[in-house]
Design a protein around this ligand. Structure first.
Ligand code: ATP
Ligand code: MG
Length: 583
C-alpha cells in the first residue's frame, strides 16, 4: 500500500456498489449474458431508443422523471419516461413523414434544450443516424462535418440557423430539411417549424426491426491531434453503455445523475443521454455553461448522487479555491468521475479534501464508444492512474516492430501503445469515408489507440501521453502528463501544458506553458522557482528547461489542452485545423 493511494471502505457506503470483487467479476464476465439485460424489440433486434425510453415507459417507471432540464435563466422542467416516449414517437413520425429512410443522417446543432434530447431518441427510433454537432462551432466546421457526414436533415434553432447555416446553405445541396426547434412558423418549404410538425404528429410509433449492427450515431472526434474524424457507431454499442453504467457509474435506479458534457461530444451522448436512461435513472441536463457557484448549487438542489465531469472542469473548480462542502450541502453526492484527458493526481486528492470524495478517472475515446478503463467506486484509487479495464475489456500495452508486427509488453511499468482487444460491442465500425485510416488502427486482434501508457504490477494503467505528444530529449522519452502533473503540485500552478521544442543539441527540449492561480503573478523569479521545483521532483533530464506563462492555455471546446497548437505557435508553424479550438 502506497501512502498516496486512496483506500475504500465499502461498509461506510450508503449504497452497496454494483461491483465489489473486481477480479471475480472480470474473470466471470461474459458478453453473451448482457443480452438478457435488454428487452429487445417485439419484431426482433435491438434499438437504443427502445431500451433507453420505451421499455421504461411501458413499465412501472412510466411516471418517473427521466429528464430534469435546468434552463440557463433558472427555468426548470421535468419529463417522465412516459412523456419522453410520446414526444420522441412524435418526432420519429415527423422524420418518417418527411420521407427519411433508414440510415440517413440527421444532424443536430443546438444548445442543451429538451427538444434536442427528445429528437435524439426520435432519430434513433426512426433508424436514422444521429450526428451531433457542438452548438458553438462556426459555419466552416459545421459545413465540413455536414458535407462529410452526408447530412439530410438538420435540427437547429432560429438564431443558429440565421447566424451559422444561412452562410453555408448553398454548399449543402443534399440537405433536404432544416427543422427549427424554437420557431412556430415555417420559413420556407425547406426550413420548417419543429413545433408545427410535432403538433400534427401521432404520439404512437412502432420502432421497426433494427439490427445490432445498424448504424446509430456518427460522432466527430475532438480534433485534439488533427482533423476531426467521423466515427461510426452501431446500436449494439449499448451493451458497453450498460456495463459501464453498472460497473463504473455504479448506477442504481434511485440515482440522480448529472453528466456535464455537451452532446456535441461523445461523452455527452453516450453518458449524457443513453447510459443513465438505459438504467432507468433520472438525468439532469443543464443548459448553462461552466460556472462554479451554479454547478455546486445544482449538485445541492438537485441532490445529485453520481456526477460525471471532466478534468478541465475540476481544474476550474480548483482555481476557485473555496470550501464547497461548507457552503453547499453536497451530502447526496456519492460518486464523482472524470474523463477526456489525463486527470492529475493533484485533482484526485483535491476532490478527496474539498468535496470529501476522490475523483474517479476513466479512459476511453470516441472510437471505443464507451468506457474501457476505469477506477471503480469500490476499488482503491492510485491517483494518476486511469484504473483497470472493465469486465469484458482486455487492454494491453504493445510495441510496434519494424516489420509491422506487434509485441505485447508483459513486464510491468514498461511504456508502449495502449491497445484494446477487438470484439467488444462498442468498438467503432468505420472512420466515415476513410477506410485507410480505419485499417491502420488495427494490428492482429488489437485496436491501437494512439495513446501511450504503461501497466503496473497490479494491472492499473497509467497514461503517459498521446503518441504524437511524446518528447524525445537527450535520449529519454518524456510524457507530457508526468511533467504537467508535477508542476500542478506547486501552489502557484493552475494548469500546465508541456511540449517538446526542437533543439539541436538534445533533440527536443521540455518546455512548459503554465497558467497561474489567482494571487500569483508571472515573474522571472517564479519561473526559476518552477524550474527548480521540477528538477527536484523529476530530475534534470525530465524537468522543463523553459517555462512560459500564459493566462489561459489553448483548449478544445471539450476542454482538452491542445499541445499541438502550443507547439505550432512555439515553432511559428501553421496551426492546422482549429475548428474545435475554444474561443
Ligand atoms: P482527435 O482524435 O481528433 O485528436 P481526441 O482524441 O481528443 O481528438 P476524443 O475521442 O474525444 O478525441 O478523446 C479521446 C482521447 O482523450 C484519448 O485518446 C486520450 O488521449 C484522451 N483521454 C480521454 N480520457 C483520458 C484519461 N482518463 N486520461 C488520459 N487521457 C484521456
Ligand atoms: Mg483521438
Amino acid at each position: 500500500m502506497n501512502e498516496k493511494w486512496i483506500e475504500k471502505n465499502i461498509d461506510s457506503f450508503a449504497v452497496k456498489p454494483n461491483l465489489i470483487d473486481y477480479e471475480k467479476e472480470y474473470k466471470e464476465f461474459d458478453w453473451e449474458k448482457v443480452e438478457s439485460e435488454f428487452e429487445g424489440l417485439r419484431c426482433g433486434g435491438l434499438n437504443i431508443a427502445h431500451e433507453a425510453i420505451d421499455r421504461h415507459a411501458n413499465s412501472a417507471l412510466s411516471e418517473k422523471t427521466a429528464l430534469v432540464w435546468l434552463g440557463q435563466n433558472g427555468e426548470r422542467k421535468t419529463y417522465t419516461f412516459g412523456k419522453m416516449k410520446k414526444e420522441s414517437a412524435k418526432f420519429a413520425n415527423v422524420l418518417k413523414t418527411l420521407g427519411l429512410c433508414k440510415g440517413e443522417r440527421v444532424f443536430t446543432l443546438s444548445s442543451r434544450i429538451p427538444e434536442l434530447y427528445i429528437s435524439v431518441i426520435g432519430i434513433l427510433k426512426n433508424q436514422n443516424v444521429l450526428c451531433p454537432l457542438f452548438s458553438q462551432f462556426g459555419p466552416q466546421p459545421i459545413l465540413q462535418r455536414m458535407q462529410r457526414g452526408d447530412a439530410k436533415v438538420l435540427l437547429t434553432t432560429k438564431k443558429l440557423y440565421e447566424k451559422k447555416i444561412i452562410p453555408i446553405l448553398e454548399e449543402l445541396p443534399e440537405l433536404r430539411f432544416i427543422l427549427l426547434l424554437d420557431s412556430d412558423e415555417d420559413e420556407s418549404e425547406k426550413v420548417l417549424s419543429y413545433s408545427r410538425l410535432m403538433k400534427k404528429a401521432s404520439d404512437i410509433f412502432e420502432i421497426p426491426h433494427t439490427d445490432f449492427g445498424d448504424m446509430s450515431i456518427l460522432h466527430f472526434t475532438s480534433g485534439t491531434t488533427g482533423m476531426p474524424k467521423g466515427v461510426v457507431h452501431v446500436h449494439k454499442a449499448v451493451y458497453t453503455h450498460w456495463i459501464s453504467g453498472k460497473y463504473v457509474l455504479d448506477l442504481h435506479v434511485d440515482d440522480v445523475y448529472w453528466c456535464s458534457a455537451d452532446p456535441g461530444w461523445v461523452t455527452g451522448t453516450s453518458y449524457g443521454i443513453i447510459t443513465p436512461w438505459i438504467h432507468g435513472v433520472t438525468n439532469i441536463v443543464d443548459e448553462g455553461e461552466f460556472d462554479g457557484a451554479r454547478w455546486y448549487k445544482t449538485l445541492q438542489d438537485e441532490k445529485v448522487t453520481v456526477w460525471y465531469t471532466a478534468p478541465t472542469a475540476i481544474r476550474r473548480l480548483m482555481r476557485i479555491d473555496s470550501e464547497p462542502t461548507e457552503e453547499y450541502d453536497l451530502s447526496h453526492l456519492r460518486l464523482i468521475l472524470s474523463v477526456g484527458e489525463p486527470l492529475n493526481p493533484e485533482a484526485v486528492i483535491w476532490g478527496e479534501k474539498k468535496l470529501k470524495l476522490p475523483i474517479h478517472d476513466n479512459w476511453w475515446q470516441t472510437e471505443t464508444g464507451g468506457i474501457m478503463i476505469a477506477n471503480f467506486i469500490s476499488q482503491t484509487i492510485r491517483p494518476g492512474s486511469m484504473g483497470r479495464p472493465l469486465p469484458g475489456i482486455e487492454a494491453g500495452i504493445i510495441l510496434k516492430n519494424d516489420d509491422g508486427s506487434i509485441t505485447e509488453v508483459t513486464e510491468p511499468n514498461k511504456e508502449g501503445e495502449l491497445a484494446i482487444k477487438v470484439g467488444f460491442p462498442s468498438l467503432f465500425r468505420a472512420y466515415l469515408h476513410d477506410q485507410d485510416k480505419y485499417d491502420k488502427c488495427f494490428v492482429g486482434d488489437w485496436y491501437i489507440s494512439g495513446d501511450l501508457a504503461y501497466k503496473d504490477e497490479d494491472g492499473y494503467f497509467w497514461f503517459v501521453g498521446r503518441a504524437d505528444d511524446i518528447i524525445k530529449t537527450s535520449g529519454h522519452m518524456v510524457g507530457p502528463f508526468e511533467v504537467e502533473s508535477t508542476l500542478m503540485e506547486h501552489p502557484a500552478v493552475a494548469e500546465a501544458g508541456v511540449i517538446g521544442k526542437p533543439d539541436e543539441l538534445i533533440g527536443q527540449l521540455v518546455k512548459a506553458f503554465v497558467s497561474l492561480k489567482p494571487g500569483y503573478e508571472p515573474s522571472e523569479e517564479l519561473k526559476r522557482e518552477l524550474i527548480g521545483f521540477g528538477r527536484k521532483k523529476l530530475g534534470v533530464a525530465v524537468a522543463p528547461k523553459e517555462i512560459e506563462f500564459q493566462e489561459n492555455l489553448p483548449k478544445t471546446r471539450s476542454g482538452k489542452i491542445m499541445r499541438r497548437l502550443l507547439k505550432a505557435r512555439e515553432m511559428g508553424l501553421p496551426e492546422g485545423d482549429t475548428s474545435t479550438l475554444e474561443d
